[in-house]
Each structure stands twice: as structure tokens, then as C-alpha cells.
Design a protein around this ligand. Structure first.
Ligand code: ADP
Ligand code: ASP
Ligand code: MG
Length: 462
């Protein structure tokens, strides 16, 4: 069971976490817990680190961290009164270590990806001991483990590390034997390299931690506890009549999360899928609601289109030039140059005349993309490259689209009636998604238009 930031952000929430674990244990389940940092804490730590590196005068790091200390000690007092002395010492020790490393960052005027990962992992280092103590307060034996102690070994790419296959056996040896009489509370979001250097798994990476741990212990199910009732037909913050799906397939939810549906981290699907472990997404504020089941083959929902996602922080890259026509290897040159600079290409479309290739990339990778493509223009391989930040991408997702004609047409017509111009379109090879690009200002309206067109708020099998 993974509990996200809002599920451990207040004393009431932590007590609900303890209720959930307690009742599942009472029903005979063995439970391993993965926790995120308390809501907002990772953002705060990043802000402090940025301030420390930017400041000219000695920053008051202790003051910057004191609000964090107050919040965590209060959570501890309210959820685990018998363990206040023991766990306050742990919190203070961790905050001292955080303060020391931030002081070193200030002194050296250097924040490397490696030290940054160590720093941002402190949100989970603070939340896990509190949740573990709250379980002990209920008489449940519990121990807090960091990601590496639980066995998660990762690649060295800091800020976006991936679990290595060796993690599986590690987790089986370290976590599985505890479960008969203890509930391990594992710090999400972090792991360590084979050399023991702390890494993080990307923002929102605790979902991925949960899937890695679940696969490692051969869990019957992986439960992701969050602040909404399940995976919904669209982002409920934008689409007011979005509906909770009873079930969805791994591939469908992977496409949705890849295109910005924050409810699950895109990388969290693969470890579960490899072992066919169902993922259940549930609301920790309303545990009685069944939530959404993520499975290999979705069964109850027979619809063609199931959900729509909107991703905002992207940029459109248009590569133009008649020289591309009939000239082999141009695409290879372009994509190799982008790959070398680690630009994440999310969508590709090529006109049949071969005179144009359009790409959608992460907006944060735009500078790297420009640096990669400018030399290719100078070499005359392509004529010009243009960029547009003022765009968003949408993905219409549903396994039923494969083999059902007409979905593309419906998307085009509905947007056309609403006077929304599509700037680029691409269909994934899996055929579970059609994705396209519109002006940023049209994004939310496009989402609502298509949500209405496919009547996603209605609970019927269209
Ligand atoms: P946690 O802190 O539990 O990890 P997140 O904030 O990362 O929670 O993810 C849950 C949020 O994802 C929801 O509050 C919701 O606003 C957002 N979200 C976006 N798209 C969807 C979707 N299709 N279904 C459900 N939630 C979504
Ligand atoms: N605390 C991390 C973040 O805010 C990881 C997570 O919450 O899943 O990104
Ligand atoms: Mg999340």
C-alpha cells in the first residue's frame, strides 16, 4: 500500500492510514507500506535548496527548516504520543543532517544532481518514521526503512533513476521476511546506486517505489491510496463531471499517465504488468469506495474511448526542409542528436511529403533540443526548425479504439464544431491512444468538448 502526500499530510490522515492498515491486517492480509513526503514538503525542500544556492549572504538555513520541524513534530505528537521522545530524536537528527548538507552546498556554491537527490529525499525520511510510529501506537509492530534498506538499487541518473533488476531479489530478502509480524514503512521516491549513492526516481516517484516493492515481494495486489476515488475519465480539477472508472488496463493507464494524468506515475505500471499484479487506486479519505482496478485486460467497461488526458508543459518542434525528401538517414540524424542531449520526445508525426517532421517534447527539454538541432540546420541537413511553447497535448485513450473505425473522425468533427484547430496529430502504435496538439489557450476547452462528445461522464457502455 502506497500512501501519497495528501494521505499523510495531516494528523487525521495519518490516523486514517493506521485505520486502513489495521483493518487489513485484522482481515488477515500482510501489508507493506510505502509513503511519500507529507504534502508540499518536497516542494519546500527544493525551494530551500534553490534559495541556498542563489543567496549571496549566509542564509538562515535553520530558520528555513524550522517550519518543517514544527509541522512534523506536531504530526508525531498527535498520532503517536507514546513515541514522541524516540521519534523526535530521529526527526531532529535528520533535520540536522539536512542543515549540514545545505550549509555545505552554500559554502561550495555547488548543487550537483547527486547532492540534490540526497537533499530532496528528506521529505520521505521525515514522514516514514512518523507513520511507522503511528502504527506502533496502535499496537502494530512496524519498522521504517529507507528505499535502499528495502532493497531498491537504481541506475545512476540522478533525479530520474530507474530500478535495476537486482532490486527484486534484494526486496524479497529484506522486506518479505518482515511481513508475517511487522509492517515495514518504506520511504518512497528514493533508492541508491550499487555504490550506495542516494538517488531519486523522478517527481511523484513513490508510485513507482510501490510497484517495485510490490513486484519484489510478489504482492497479490498493489494499492495506491490517494486523494480521489480512483482513475477518472479526465483530470477532475479541470473536468467537473469526470467519472471514476471501475477498471482500466495497464496499457491504457500507462498512456494516460504518460500524458499527464498525475494519479499514477507512468513508470509504476511496468513492474506490476511484468508480474501481472493488479493495481488498485483508492481514496484514503473514503476507503469504503471500491476505487479503480488496473489489470492486464479491462473487462467491465466496453467503451471505445475511456479517458482523456491533457499535458501542459510541452513544446512543439517543427523541422522543415525539402532536403529531407527521399534522403535516407535524416530522421536518424535528428533523433540521435536529440537522444544525445537526453531530450524526451513524446510524440512524432511526419508528413507524407517527408518535408516536415513535428515533435512534441517536454518543455523543460526545449533548450537542449535547440542546442541539438541548430547544428543540423547549419549543416544543411534540414532547412529550418521552429519552436512553439504555447501548446498543449491531449491523449484520447481506450483499448476499444483499435479496430473501431471512426474515432479519429469524431475527434476531428467535435473539435471542428468548437472551432479548435489541431496543430498536430499522432496515433500510437499500440492503438490505445490518439494524441494531438492544440494551442495552449484551447486545451481545457478541447478536453471538455471531447469529454462531452464521448459522453464520458455517463456510466453506460456506449
Ligand atoms: P498523491 O499525492 O496521492 O500521489 P497526486 O496529486 O500525485 O496524489 O495524484 C492525484 C491527483 O491526480 C488527483 O488529485 C487529481 O487531481 C489528479 N488527476 C489528474 N488526472 C487524473 C485522472 N485521470 N484520474 C484521477 N486523478 C487525476
Ligand atoms: N515526494 C515526492 C514528490 O513530491 C515523491 C512523491 O510524492 O511521489 O515528488
Ligand atoms: Mg502522486
Amino acid at each position: 500500500m502506497k500512501f501519497g502526500g495528501t494521505s499523510v499530510g495531516e494528523a487525521d490522515c495519518i490516523r486514517r492510514v493506521a485505520d486502513i492498515v489495521e483493518s487489513n491486517r485484522a482481515a488477515g492480509d500482510e501489508v507493506a507500506v510505502v509513503v511519500s513526503a507529507c504534502s508540499g514538503v518536497t516542494d519546500q525542500i527544493i525551494a530551500v535548496a534553490d534559495e541556498v544556492i542563489a543567496s549571496k549572504e549566509q542564509p538562515q538555513i535553520g530558520t528555513l527548516l524550522s517550519a518543517m520541524r514544527t509541522r512534523h513534530t506536531r504530526l508525531l505528537e498527535e498520532t503517536a504520543p507514546d513515541y514522541v521522545d524516540e521519534v523526535t530524536a530521529v526527526i531532529d537528527d535528520r533535520l540536522t543532517r539536512l542543515q549540514n548538507i545545505l550549509t555545505a552546498v552554500y559554502t561550495l556554491k555547488e548543487l550537483t544532481p547527486r547532492s540534490r537527490d540526497y537533499i530532496v529525499s528528506f521529505g520521505e525520511r521525515l514522514s516514514a518514521p512518523i507513520v511507522s510510529a503511528a502504527l506502533r501506537q496502535r499496537g502494530i509492530s512496524s519498522v521504517a526503512l529507507d528505499g535502499a534498506e528495502a532493497g531498491i538499487i537504481t541506475t545512476v541518473n540522478h533525479g530520474d533513476a530507474r530500478a535495476l533488476p537486482a532490486s527484486e531479489a534484494n526486496i524479497r530478502h529484506r522486506v518479505a521476511p518482515l511481513l508475517a509480524d511487522t509492517v515495514p514503512v518504506i520511504m518512497g521516491f528514493m533508492g541508491a546506486t550499487e555504490q550506495g549513492v542516494i538517488t531519486t526516481l523522478g517527481r511523484s516517484g513513490s508510485d513507482y517505489s510501490a510497484a517495485i516493492i510490490g513486484a519484489g515481494i510478489d504482492a497479490d495486489e498493489i494499492w495506491i491510496w490517494t486523494d480521489v476515488d480512483g482513475v477518472m475519465t479526465s483530470d477532475p480539477r479541470i473536468i467537473k463531471d469526470a467519472r471514476v472508472l471501475d477498471d482500466i488496463s495497464y496499457l491504457e493507464v500507462m498512456e494516460l499517465s504518460y500524458f499527464g494524468a498525475k494519479v499514477l506515475h507512468p513508470r509504476s505500471i511496468e513492474p506490476a504488468m511484468q508480474k501481472d499484479i493488479p493495481i488498485r487506486v483508492k481514496n484514503s479519505f473514503r476507503p469504503e469506495v471500491p476505487g479503480t482496478l488496473v489489470l492486464r485486460d479491462e473487462h467491465r467497461e466496453l467503451r471505445v474511448v475511456k479517458a482523456i488526458a491533457l499535458i501542459e508543459k510541452v513544446a512543439l518542434v517543427n523541422i522543415n526542409g525539402a532536403q529531407m525528401i527521399g534522403r535516407p538517414g535524416v530522421a536518424k540524424t535528428i533523433f540521435s542528436a536529440l537522444a544525445e542531449r537526453e531530450v524526451n520526445v513524446m510524440m512524432i508525426s511526419q508528413g507524407s511529403s517527408e518535408a516536415n517532421i513535428s515533435l512534441i517534447i517536454d518543455e523543460s527539454h526545449l533548450d537542449a533540443a535547440i542546442a541539438a538541432l541548430d547544428p543540423i540546420v547549419k549543416q544543411g541537413v534540414v532547412r529550418e526548425v521552429t519552436y512553439d511553447r504555447d501548446v498543449v497535448a491531449l491523449a484520447v485513450v481506450g483499448a476499444g479504439m483499435a479496430g473501431t473505425p471512426g474515432t479519429g473522425g469524431r475527434i476531428f468533427s467535435a473539435l471542428g464544431r468548437a472551432n479548435i484547430n489541431m496543430m498536430m496529430i499522432s496515433q500510437g502504435s499500440s492503438e490505445v491512444n490518439v494524441s494531438f496538439v492544440v494551442k495552449a489557450g484551447d486545451g481545457k476547452r478541447a478536453l471538455q468538448v471531447l469529454h462531452d462528445e464521448f459522453r464520458l461522464s455517463e456510466n453506460s457502455d456506449e
